[in-house]
Ligand binder design. Structure first.
Ligand SMILES: N[C@H](CCC[C@H](N)C(=O)O)C(=O)O
Length: 269
């Protein structure tokens, strides 16, 4: 039996397994089985902690409920920073992902993460061919990478958007060879936007940290907001700042819902 921790950031929820002390046999199929909300524990992302090396306190591997691997997860980064800090009492933690190192810092009850630079080139996202990433020939979306692919659509009324039909259609559009996370944004004012995200490999979530970063960056590139704003998601608020050096800072809460144990050997290979 292996202990797990169920955490969430604004209702974007995670099952966390800790393989820092010894490796755990978690295949993509097993991660998907754990993420299943009826047959498993249930989560938007499955997180495996591996040992940190040279400058990183921990390595965070991220899987979606469909078993696919993700290069970034903002809400999980805050949760994992607080979990790792809980061991040592540290106020600063470096979380390494397959997309790079993410320094995180405690700010009272909240955690702020340097999510790295927003990448704006069409190859960075990636898109299928060379084009202006600020105006895609697909619903006039804007795209950028936060270590994972994001497209942002600007809409006048978020409540009128059929996210559950449009989301999966755009996620799988041939314009996105690696698929994409699809964010729907309503700009309330230059310091405040609303966002709902249809996540690649996960579907509709209550919050998406990297999606909030991408939404603010794309809104600022369009001149719809300044370089810092509150992003209101269905699960609550994040504060996002696109720093002058291109790095994006995300600030928000962390929570543990419960802990338990799971029999990995009982899961499909
Ligand atoms: N919930 C995460 C993003 C998961 C992204 C994943 N769905 C992908 O395939 O890139 C966040 O807070 O940033």
């Amino acid at each position: 039996m292996v202990p797990f921790r169920k955490m969430h950031g604004l209702g974007n929820d995670f099952v966390v397994l800790d393989a820092r002390a010894q490796p755990l046999p978690v295949t993509p199929a097993r991660a998907a089985a754990i993420a299943d909300r009826r047959r498993g524990i249930g989560c938007d992302q499955f997180i495996l902690l591996e040992p940190g090396t040279d400058g990183a306190d921990v390595f965070m591997r991220i899987r979606n409920p469909d078993g696919s691997e993700a290069g970034a997860c903002g809400n999980a980064t805050r949760c994992i920073a607080s979990l790792v800090a809980g061991d040592s009492g540290a106020d600063r933690v470096v979380v390494r992902t397959i997309s790079g190192d993410l320094p995180a810092e405690r700010l009272g009850d909240l955690w702020r993460v340097d999510m790295g630079p927003a990448r704006l080139g069409w190859q960075d996202i990636p898109l299928a061919r060379a084009m202006d990433t600020l105006h895609l020939p697909l619903e006039d979306a804007a795209a950028c990478s936060m270590g994972n692919p994001h497209a942002t659509l600007f809409v006048p009324d978020l409540d009128a958007v059929p996210v559950e039909t449009l989301g999966p259609r755009l996620e799988h559009d041939p314009l996105f060879p690696d698929r994409a996370n699809i964010g729907f944004v309503q700009v309330l004012n230059p310091e405040h936007i609303r966002l709902t995200v249809w996540e690649r490999g996960a579907g509709l979530t209550l919050a998406c940290g990297s999606g909030a970063c991408a939404a603010l960056v794309n809104a600022a590139r369009r001149g719809l907001t300044g370089r810092a704003a509150t992003v209101t998601l269905p699960g609550g608020d994040l504060h996002i700042e696109w720093r002058a050096d291109g790095h994006v800072l995300m600030t928000g809460p962390v929570a543990t819902a419960f802990t338990g144990t799971i029999d990995l050997d009982g899961l499909p290979q």
